[in-house]
Write a protein that binds this ligand. Structure first.
Ligand SMILES: CC(C)(COP(=O)(O)OP(=O)(O)OC[C@H]1O[C@@H](n2cnc3c(N)ncnc32)[C@H](O)[C@@H]1OP(=O)(O)O)[C@@H](O)C(=O)NCCC(=O)NCCS
Length: 185
């Protein structure tokens, strides 16, 4: 399988595909409460059928070049992932995202993985703007955006209802010249 090493601690970035639904569900079950604090991924992958359907939705996005999904494995165990939820090659814009199970957090894995996919998007696919949309309550994710060298464009006030509570969404971004000049990868 194609794999990109993430540092020298046995972590790898690889495609995450529908045939891995059982492994994905087991990972989600280990991290469900943690992952679901601010995003709906854990609800979208509630059982094997929905986990497979979610992975299939990203396989379809990959086939149509409108999104991408990659898993992060640590010592052979799936522990998280990074993705392009939106990938608009014609506009040169995309939106990246991420998650981890709690045992794998605090090691820089997501920051390293996001650098790999953003570098591919900017340098190989000609993306001009990479976005990061995050709940204003989600401090760990905001810190990832900062470590990636993104700037805070602004806040969409009360634009999203999550588990019955309206949330503000911060929009962070990095533009291609900033990414390349910053040597962020
Ligand atoms: C968002 C999320 C992925 C961030 O996880 P994280 O472990 O903090 O992020 P990273 O993998 O980039 O690790 C960075 C942390 O590891 C630390 N670290 C340790 N070794 C490191 C290294 N070699 N390189 C970089 N960072 C390192 C950093 O200091 C940082 O901790 P800090 O923020 O307390 O300073 C995680 O909180 C999560 O999965 N949340 C639930 C899902 C979610 O909300 N996703 C985001 C949706 S917008």
């Amino acid at each position: 399988m194609f794999a990109v090493p993430l540092g020298d601690e046995g972590a790898e970035l690889r495609p995450l595909e529908p045939w891995q639904a059982e492994e994905f569900l087991a990972h989600m079950d280990r991290g469900r409460a943690f992952i679901g604090r601010h995003i709906g991924l854990s609800d979208a992958a509630a059982d094997l059928d929905s986990a497979r359907a979610w992975l299939q939705s990203y396989a379809d996005k990959t086939a149509s070049d409108t999104g991408r999904l990659y898993g992060i494995w640590l010592d052979g165990r799936l522990v998280g992932g990074v993705l392009f939820r939106v990938f608009d090659a014609a506009q040169g814009t995309c939106e990246a995202g991420c998650w981890l199970e709690p045992a794998a957090s605090g090691r820089g894995l997501v920051t390293r993985a996001a650098r790999v996919i953003i570098d591919w998007a900017v340098r190989e696919r000609g993306m001009e703007r990479v976005e990061w949309l995050v709940s204003s309550e989600n401090t760990p994710s905001i810190r990832v955006a900062q470590r990636l060298g993104m700037r805070r464009d602004g806040v969409l006030r009360s634009n999203h209802r999550y588990r019955g509570v309206r949330q503000d969404t911060e929009v962070w971004s990095v533009l291609a010249p900033e990414w390349i000049e910053g040597g962020a990868a």
